[in-house]
Unconditional design. Structure first.
Length: 449
């Protein structure tokens, strides 16, 4: 890496209101972190030295991977991102051995443990872990990011830079000097002026984003055992489906593959609760909607807003799919603006710091679960010349009283749905995974019924 002290002062890279909100929310036992598992076939030839070298060569293309979030002097505004003078790739890239028998379940447990482990706050908020000891001579890499660094789509942009064929390093000096106190004060003052001028616009944005999230007084989600106190540890099951088949069936009914997943999730939850002796016909699902217009590792941060969707779990599959597609289209435009946690700004951050947000999430009654979708590469990609056989999303942020949620990632024609459940309060994860697999097959054939 290039080190210099003669570079001109950079523009102020200030954490956005949404980034700061995620940082404020990170007060619970479960860190606001997420990750992805990249699996490689036998004889990949990866060892720690090789993975470190590959990552070190590509990290400069994503400036925030070598930056710290630091507070500013009095009057200097909110936290800013600055180059880490002591950046050392060895602190971020390491290796662990997967416990026996080294199968997929053991890999999933290893990955969940890695994502649940808080990242160091005195270093850039990411890690890459090579997992060895997998059955059949396979290998895996687990990439972990803190939500203050990026949302799911931003995380995918980071992944796109780290794999082969990603954007090259911009060639800027490193580390660059920090902005002066005067520059911070001036930029903060101008930012406050801009905020004042956008006052009415912010009020309208808050109303719109609240409406997409169900409003201040949404209908209560039907009480059931999906919503109950949770712990800090999770378990993970993965369900896969052919993306092309699912998407084609959905398109013929005027829906999207994402709509199809929502219908399948609701059907699977209905099956699960029926087995538990509970009857719930409609599930309220939170869907994060990205406000990004482009995926770039150079512009990270969080640009997502929540959208609530009421999804029926019973009835004609084609009819349910069309109903959900219509509701998503109607609500999505309202969810592409700034999220309420950003518009509320300092008020929300204070509430979160005092534990108010965590209390609310532990007692909320507006949603049953969350389904997060990220679209990955449509064709296979490689890392160090080795094909990535599959990709599995892993998210473990504090879900409050939601005992299960779903992370969805498409890669090379396969849809991977990670079912993330509370380890101590969700004993029938396998039953839910089997039900989801069956429901995805039903939805994939909905246009033929």
């Amino acid at each position: 890496m290039t080190r210099t002290s003669n570079a001109p002062p950079p523009a102020v890279d200030r954490a956005s209101a949404t980034d700061r909100a995620f940082l404020a929310m990170d007060t619970a036992d479960v860190p606001e972190q997420f990750g992805v598992i990249l699996r490689f076939g036998p004889d990949s030839g990866f060892d720690l030295a090789r993975v470190r070298k590959l990552i070190a060569e590509r990290v400069p293309a994503v400036p925030r991977l070598r930056r710290l979030l630091v507070r500013t002097p009095f009057g200097g505004g909110g936290p800013i991102w600055v180059d880490d003078d002591g950046f050392d790739i060895r602190h971020h890239v390491r290796a662990v051995e997967c416990p026996a028998p080294g199968d997929e379940q053991a890999l999933l447990e290893t990955a969940v443990s890695l994502v649940e482990t808080p990242l160091r706050r005195d270093a850039p908020l990411w890690s890459v872990v090579l997992v060895t000891g997998l059955a059949g001579g396979e290998a895996a890499v687990v990439i972990v990011l803190h939500h203050v660094l990026a949302d799911g789509v931003g995380g995918l942009a980071v992944l796109g830079t780290l794999v082969d064929g990603g954007a090259g390093a911009p060639g800027m000096p490193f580390p660059r000097p920090r902005p002066t106190a005067g520059a911070l004060v001036r930029e903060a003052f101008l930012g406050r002026l801009r905020a004042l001028r956008r006052g009415r616009q912010a009020v309208r944005a808050l109303r719109t984003s609240l409406a997409a999230g169900g409003g201040l007084h949404p209908p209560r989600a039907t009480p059931c055992s999906l919503v109950r106190p949770t712990g800090r540890h999770h378990r993970l099951a993965v369900v896969r489906a052919d993306l092309g088949t699912l998407r084609s069936a959905a398109h013929r009914l005027g829906a999207s593959a994402n709509d199809a997943v929502l219908v399948a999730v609701a059907g699977a939850l209905h099956r699960l609760l029926a087995a538990r002796g509970e009857l719930v016909d409609t599930f309220v699902i939170t869907v994060p909607v990205s406000g990004r217009r482009a995926d770039s590792g150079a512009a990270l941060g969080n640009m997502v807003s929540p959208m609530l969707v009421a999804v029926p779990g019973t009835g004609d599959v084609a009819g349910r799919l069309q109903r959900v597609a219509a509701e998503v289209r109607a609500n999505k435009a309202a969810a592409t603006g700034p999220p309420p946690i950003a518009v509320l700004g300092a008020g929300f951050r204070l509430l979160a710091a005092l534990g108010g947000y965590r209390w609310y999430m532990n007692h909320q009654r507006r949603m049953h679960t969350l389904v997060s979708h990220v679209r990955g590469p449509a064709v296979p990609v490689t890392f160090g010349g080795v094909p990535i056989a599959s990709a599995i999303p892993v998210g473990v942020g504090d879900g409050g009283n939601m005992t299960v949620f779903f992370e969805v990632l498409s890669y090379a024609g396969t849809l991977a749905v990670s079912v993330v459940a509370d380890r101590d309060h969700f004993p029938d994860l396998g039953t839910l995974a089997d039900g989801l697999r069956a429901e995805l097959a039903l939805v994939a054939g909905a246009d033929q019924a």
